[in-house]
Design a protein around this ligand. Structure first.
Ligand SMILES: Nc1nc2c(c(=O)[nH]1)N[C@H]1C(S)=C(S)[C@@H](COP(=O)(O)OP(=O)(O)OC[C@H]3O[C@@H](n4cnc5c(=O)[nH]c(N)nc54)[C@H](O)[C@@H]3O)O[C@H]1N2
Ligand SMILES: Nc1nc2c(c(=O)[nH]1)N[C@H]1C(S)=C(S)[C@@H](COP(=O)(O)OP(=O)(O)OC[C@H]3O[C@@H](n4cnc5c(=O)[nH]c(N)nc54)[C@H](O)[C@@H]3O)O[C@H]1N2
Ligand code: SF4
Ligand SMILES: [Mo]
Length: 865
């Protein structure tokens, strides 16, 4: 590896020369100057080769870029990473150069001169200097800090992955505001919370290397690229090995196209279908009773109040068949009853498993057919297939270890979590997995970081009055562990209504496009008109329509970052990103903006202290009393986390290791949720019963008017119920005959700059520039519609215009519209404004447990425009 700094700088200089600006600037340019022997090597072609990490989307694939004369010529997958987590890159990642050279990028700080904010209001931007921008910010922030720091609200989305949320969290802690808000409630937070309530941390993947039967409920890995391309490739490898894949979702997605079978479930009705499968497994006695009694709380005794019976010391009790008495796991050898009801101290208790069994009484295959549209006969036969493939009782010898072998997984994603009852939907699938003993078994559901946060197994604090503007973990969203991003604008618009003891004054939006990406999106605008707003982005987004000050950022190909990567069941890794160019000579990236602000506000040392805490640094710490360039920050982080010299990162971009069978299968559930004194996986989520009791008490004590207790009671059931297949619009929007669902589209990423990339358009075809409304051909014909007709989609909250695409690949009662299209920021290029923006017509009924948006519950009418 021997290209010299001179060669590297020559490249950087070429860009500087072209734009006529010197590199005598802070931030990235200074950092580049210091990059003595950056990861630049001569390739056979004589180009520079730079190893970095793609963050054009949230998958973090490893890349190898070719740069010559300071210009990025091409991006390839980093082959060295293919043995760890990277199965290639997608066309979007390959065309990522556009993200940097995009002529529509923000290049200078700008201030608004038109005080009126709105969708069609021209902000009348005026370019200002960086110094003026920092001065304006410092003055305002200084006043807010002196008055009440909570009045500052920080939002991020994609920014969590560009720089890491540790930087904004540390800044906000040093500043004194609790309001740091990520976007997970528009993403998948219900699935995370379902995991957390069940085993004390979130994250799981199918153990696809050994899976025999893969059930995919509303997961879209061949259009929504996932997990650094691991999921799609591992599925295809599995299929070559003979794995059967069944895709259960209303739309013939690309995943369905690759599956052995597509089961077109009615939108939002998965809970009924999954619970019917659970009932079949139980009725047929094809469940893993050993797993249930050993690793889950299925055998624990539940009282009539719904709570688990505990000893005087607070230990959960089970009914021990040997001693015919209630005993705790600490009382030596136990033979717990899985079924039945038992009398303890004059009161009757049922096992949690019995409660589950009783709750499923009416969920027959015929009932599930009526609700979900899936034939009863198929539900029966599918339950048998699951039971056969699960090989209950078997073990596999891997690397000398005997490990439970249950090669069946029910895997879910946003099709189940982006729902009013998202947590319960997701929990239903977890329960299905538990019934067959799939969690942490070979070929089963691989859990990530079991019990990392044991507090998730407890009731929520249900705080009131709220300290945070998003109401996370308050009485409104008790288990909103991942912030509640769409709530902020409602609270800002009417703080008193939510008991917020202050009025927010300023919002900073870093790499997130909230007024575009949430559901019922037009409502976001009311709150945004009430505060002084700052946007840090790379393009002029919809959020900018409501901004007072806009700061440009460097792109992922221009900046130093310590990069997240995507773990897989058998690999762990750490990576960095390093600059390849600076296309528009922008002197700051988000980390240097935060640093500069901390310095000007006089909180730099407090920021450093919080950085060390947020990053959990142990060996190498940020020091007080000095400044760091972005490169120096990455160096500290790398050396602490990777335990390798920084030069290694510069040369290789990453470091990885293989996970052995013991760590892979025996360090999670096996080590942490099994023995005496250890908690169990919550088949029965008793903490929800306690959380509900707190909600009820708090609402009554404080006369809170805007909480519907009956709705909370239903949502807070300790077990998923058939009622969870009936979200609000399904019950109420009787005059709207069609179900509306939305989904990702291959090679289109989220809202914002990547949605319409002309290089990509050219490469993948003109029809990808717009999105059509997928409608079943028979339904369309009955309505007199033909391909390409212009229509209006109308819900109870809004309308959107689009054109229909007739297909047999969708249920007759459902229409589907992809995300990513129809931008309306006046700063967006014409080509990004094509297509349908459906978020304005999607109803919002946040999950009452997690705060997650409901994206797939809306009902609509459709008619000719
Ligand atoms: N190309 C591309 N890839 C991406 C992204 C992107 O923007 N573009 N974003 C990334 C991000 S942030 C995320 S969170 C992931 C999301 O990854 P996924 O959740 O896998 O992707 P979505 O398309 O959001 O998935 C929803 C799927 O659920 C289906 N569905 C809708 N309603 C229902 C229902 O009621 N029941 C069932 N069973 N299915 C239903 C939809 O048809 C769709 O196929 O994708 C990531 N990958
Ligand atoms: N209808 C519908 N709506 C959806 C979805 C759906 O499937 N259907 N998916 C949902 C999901 S899963 C999610 S996660 C949310 C996402 O919603 P948002 O959090 O709003 O995320 P993005 O749309 O990805 O916005 C990211 C912003 O980051 C900017 N950006 C990109 N790179 C950089 C950079 O290097 N620096 C800076 N400063 N900015 C940068 C982009 O220009 C863009 O404005 O949307 C949700 N909305
Ligand atoms: S999947 Fe995402 S991270 Fe991977 S190459 Fe494509 S855009 Fe980049
Ligand atoms: Mo997401």
């Amino acid at each position: 590896m021997s290209v010299t700094r001179r060669g590297f700088m020559k490249g950087m200089g070429a860009v500087a020369g072209a734009t006529g600006v010197s590199f005598n600037l802070p931030g990235i340019a200074r950092a580049a100057e210091k990059a003595e022997a950056a990861a630049v090597a001569k390739s056979a072609l004589g180009d520079q080769v730079i190893k970095s990490t793609c963050v054009h989307c949230v998958n973090f694939c490893g890349i190898e870029a070719r740069v010559s004369d300071g210009v990025i010529r091409a991006i390839y997958p980093d082959k060295a990473r293919s043995d760890y987590y990277n199965w290639g890159i997608c066309p979007k990642g390959a065309s990522g150069v556009f993200n940097t050279y995009n002529p529509y990028r923000l290049k200078k700080p700008m201030k608004r001169t038109n005080p009126n904010k709105g969708m069609n209001e021209d902000p009348k931007w005026v370019e200002i200097s960086w110094d003026e921008a920092f001065q304006t910010l410092t003055d305002r922030l200084g006043r807010i800090k002196a008055d009440n720091p909570s009045k500052l609200v920080w939002h991020h989305g994609h920014g969590k992955y560009t720089i890491g949320d540790q930087f904004p969290k540390a800044f906000c802690a040093a500043f004194g505001t609790p309001n740091v808000i990520h976007r997970t409630t528009t993403c998948e937070s219900s699935r995370h919370v379902a995991d957390e309530l069940t085993w004390g941390y979130h994250g799981h993947l199918p153990d696809l290397e050994y899976t025999k039967l893969y059930l995919s409920f509303g997961s879209n890995p061949f259009e929504g690229e996932q997990w650094s391309r691991w999921l799609d490739h591992a599925i295809m490898d599995g299929k070559e090995r003979g794995m059967k894949m069944i895709v259960i979702e209303p739309r013939f997605s690309h995943a369905a196209a690759k599956a052995n079978e597509w089961i077109p479930v009615r939108p939002g009705k998965d809970a009924a279908l999954i619970l019917a499968l659970c009932k079949q497994l139980i009725d047929n006695k094809t469940i893993d009773t050993g797993f249930l009694t050993t690793y889950t709380n299925a055998a624990q005794l539940v009282g009539e109040d719904g709570l688990i019976l505990k000893s005087a010391e607070g230990k959960p009790l089970v009914w021990d068949k040997t001693y015919s008495s209630a005993r705790s796991y600490d009382d030596g050898m136990l033979d717990p009853a899985l079924n039945g009801s038992f009398e303890v101290n004059g009161k009757m208790y049922k096992t949690a498993f019995q409660v589950l069994t009783d709750s499923l009484k009416d969920v027959t295959p015929e009932y599930a057919e009526e609700v979900s549209g899936v034939p009863a006969a198929r539900i029966r036969s599918l339950a048998q297939e699951i039971a056969t493939a699960a090989s209950i009782g078997s073990v596999m010898n891997l690397e000398g270890q005997y490990i439970r072998y249950r090669p069946v997984v029910a895997y879910t994603f946003r099709g189940l979590s982006a729902k009013e009852f998202g947590v319960q939907n997701s929990r239903a699938a977890l329960i299905l997995n538990m019934l067959i003993g799939s969690p942490d078994a070979v070929g089963g559901l691989h859990l990530h970081d079991v019990l990392k946060n044991p507090a998730y197994l407890e009731a929520s604090k249900c705080e009131y009055p709220p300290k945070r503007v998003d109401l996370a973990k308050t009485v409104y969203f008790p288990h909103g562990h991942h912030d509640v991003c769409q709530q902020v604008q409602y609270t800002v618009n009417d703080p008193k209504a939510y008991g917020l003891p202050y009025v927010p004054e300023m919002q900073i939006f870093f790499a997130t496009n909230r007024p575009f990406s949430t559901s019922d999106a037009l409502k976001q605008q009311d709150g945004m008109k009430k505060t002084f707003n700052v946007v840090i982005d790379i393009v002029n987004t919809e959020t900018c329509q409501f901004a007072d000050l806009v700061l440009p950022d460097l792109t992922y190909l221009e900046a130093w970052h310590f990069s997240p990567t995507r773990w897989t069941p058998n690999r762990k890794h750490t990576a960095i990103r390093q600059p390849m160019t600076n296309a528009y000579n922008i002197p700051h990236d988000a980390t240097s903006i935060l640093w500069e602000l901390a310095k000007r506000l006089g909180i730099r040392d407090a920021y450093v202290e919080n950085l060390n805490k947020q990053w959990g640094l142990k060996d190498k710490l940020f020091e007080k009393g000095r400044d760091y360039t972005p490169r120096e920050m990455v160096e500290v982080l790398w050396e602490d986390k990777a335990h390798k010299p920084f030069q290694y990162a510069l040369d290789n971009g990453f470091t990885g290791k293989k996970v052995d069978a013991k760590a892979r299968y025996l360090s999670g559930l096996e080590a942490k949720m099994k023995g005496a004194g250890q908690p169990r996986m919550k088949l029965y989520a008793d903490q929800l019963v306690e959380s509900y009791a707190k909600v009820e008490k708090t609402v009554k004590t404080n006369n809170i008017a805007n909480i519907d207790l009956a709705g909370y009671k239903l949502a807070y059931s300790p077990l998923p119920l058939k009622e969870h297949a009936f979200p609000t619009p399904h019950r109420e929007a009787k005059d709207y005959p069609l179900y509306l669902i939305t989904h990702k589209r291959m090679y289109r990423n989220q809202a914002g700059n990547t949605a319409h990339n002309p290089i990509l358009n050219f490469a993948i075809g003109a029809d990808t520039q717009e999105n059509a409304i997928a409608i079943n051909a028979d339904t369309a014909k009955a309505m007199g519609l033909k391909d390409g007709d212009a229509v209006i989609v109308e819900s109870r909250v809004g309308k959107a215009r689009g054109t229909v695409k007739l297909t047999q690949g969708i249920r007759p009662d459902t229409i589907a519209i992809s995300y990513h299209h129809g931008h309306w920021s006046l700063g967006a290029p014409e080509y990004a404004r094509k297509g349908t923006w459906i978020n304005q017509a999607m109803e919002l009924h946040p999950d009452k447990i997690s705060g997650m948006n409901s994206f797939n519950d809306t009902k609509v009418k459709l008619y000719k425009a």
